[in-house]
Ligand binder design. Structure first.
Ligand code: SF4
Length: 205
């Protein structure tokens, strides 16, 4: 897993808030990562670019190409923040884990703190689904951020878009200082969500 710095959004439950600002020089430079990958050829199968938001990196396309030249399969974790760069990398990736936060409406802005975030994510989601790239849509859920009925609305929207694989993830208590724990999804809610998708996973923190 390669954790890229930088994200323009400010989700209350962000799993890596220390990466949001993208100003740290604590991690290895890409050249060091590439040298590591070159040494591990044949031992590792894939490189997953995660974050932060990997598509915030101007060098993401070149980095993916370099990793592919070494024979690695490429994965991407993205919230679809930058549709143009997201479109650029779709021809390079083997798998995408797409972070869907709400029904691409005003709830998105409430969660990310950024105007227009829902429209950007929707554009990227459509690009991904049209590309045919193997993917999983996932939602990190806390009922304080998204009410159960809004979660069901999101599931319906995803099905309408053509999503077949979906995962519901519980945000970890320790990484959501601005979020109250309002409890986890009921068995009935999980059952209703699961019935909508060909594949449905639940990941507790
Ligand atoms: S989009 Fe992802 S990386 Fe960016 S703030 Fe939200 S959870 Fe964190």
């Amino acid at each position: 897993m390669v954790y890229c710095q930088g994200c323009a959004w400010r989700c209350a439950y962000c799993h890596n808030p220390h990466l949001q600002r993208g100003e740290s020089d604590a991690g290895p430079a890409w050249g060091e990562v590439l040298a590591f990958l070159a040494r591990r050829r044949g031992l590792l199968d894939a490189v997953v670019f995660s974050g932060g938001e990997p598509t915030a990196q101007p060098g993401l396309v070149a980095a993916m190409r370099a990793a592919k030249r070494l024979g690695y399969r490429i994965g991407l974790h993205s919230a679809g923040i930058y549709p143009r760069r997201f479109a650029e990398v779709l021809s390079l990736v083997d798998w995408v884990g797409f972070d869907a936060k709400a029904s691409f409406n005003s709830s998105y802005e409430r969660i990310t703190g950024v105007r227009g975030s829902g429209a950007a994510a929707l554009e990227s989601a459509r690009l991904l689904l049209a590309s045919g790239v193997d993917c999983e849509f996932r939602t990190t859920w806390d009922s304080h951020c998204l009410q159960p009925d809004e979660l069901e609305q999101l599931a319906a929207t995803l099905v309408h878009l053509g999503v077949r694989r979906y995962a519901l993830q519980e945000c970890r208590e320790g990484v959501k200082p601005r979020v109250r724990n309002e409890g986890w999804a009921s068995a009935a809610l999980l059952d209703r969500l699961g019935r909508r998708f060909e594949q449905f996973s639940v990941r507790r923190a």
